[in-house]
Design a protein around this ligand. Structure first.
Ligand code: NAP
Length: 255
């Protein structure tokens, strides 16, 4: 976004983005911050939190960094408590954390791995919103990060894909539950060359195959995902709730 003039849709707003010290989450936090939000970033490792806080501060962004492994109840509570202590309210929550620990087929996946996938990819989104919900008032919004893999879970990440399918349903259900004060929407990214997707994007043959499935003939960028998330979180989307925006360059997903 160097050199581009961007809107200031989040002035006076407070935004929490989980798993936000690198990759898509970091760029979402950066985008919301550049648009005027006070952003609360977090991830598992203090060092990563400190480094990301410095990067955002150097861009003039008001930021608080908190260590939060999303499946740790104490750390989730601390994330919300620290946000309220410093900023007094929550306007936006972006639930971005996920794990993909296995390439096994679904029926070969160990029970402990199934538990971990549900815990981090689905349950933690619910639990963080349970903690944040009481602090969210009229006009607030939630964006859940799913994946293109949620539409057609690929063999190499089938169970991960199924947890991402669950987030599409969770978005609909929570949109009804949190209405009318809070809108709940979802972004389903295509492949983006981050650490998370490096096993695909750093393999030439796989990368070309993924690019070939897009209409735009390229991978996504973290900025593509941040722009869509910022739109859904902003008042520009004030009549949109319960929806999933696929941001995947035309990769087949649904009609
Ligand atoms: P990434 O670049 O690998 O970044 C992951 C971030 O999450 C890091 O800041 C990491 O920091 C943090 N993190 C990891 N586990 C965590 C946990 N249990 N609790 C809290 N923080 C945690 O990943 P990404 O590609 O941006 O992925 C972000 C989201 O986009 C995920 O939901 C993913 O499923 C989705 N997505 C990605 C792609 C893609 O192609 N990249 C495509 C579709 C959907 P620490 O190590 O310090 O915890």
């Amino acid at each position: 976004m160097e050199g581009t003039k961007i809107a200031k849709r989040f002035e006076g707003k407070v935004a929490i983005v989980t798993a936000s010290t690198q990759g898509i989450g970091f760029t979402i936090a950066e985008r919301l911050g550049l648009e005027g939000a006070s952003v609360v970033i977090s991830s598992r490792k203090q060092k990563n939190v400190d480094e990301a806080v410095e990067k955002l501060k150097s861009r003039g962004i008001e930021v608080l960094g908190v260590v939060c492994h999303v499946s740790n109840a104490q750390q989730r509570k601390n994330l919300i408590d620290k946000t309220i202590q410093k900023y007094g309210k929550i306007d936006v929550v972006v639930s971005n954390a996920a794990t993909n620990p296995s390439v096994d087929s679904i029926l070969q996946t160990q029970e402990s791995v199934l538990d971990k996938l549900w815990d981090i990819n689905v349950k933690s989104s619910i639990l963080i919103l349970k903690d944040a919900g009481p602090h969210m008032s009229k006009g607030s919004s939630v964006v859940i990060i799913s994946s293109i893999a949620g539409y057609h879970p690929p063999a190499s990440m089938a169970m991960y894909g199924v947890t991402k399918t669950a987030l599409l349903g969770l978005t609909k259900a929570l949109a009804a539950e949190m209405a009318p004060n809070t809108r709940v929407n979802c972004v389903a990214p295509g492949f983006v060359p981050t650490h998370f997707a490096s096993f695909i994007t750093e393999n030439d043959a796989l990368r070309k195959e993924v690019e070939g499935r897009t209409m735009l003939n390229r991978l996504g960028t973290t900025q593509d995902m941040a722009a869509a998330t910022a739109f859904l979180a902003s008042d520009d989307a004030s009549y949109i709730t319960g929806e999933t925006l696929v941001v995947a360059g035309g990769t087949p997903s649904r009609l």
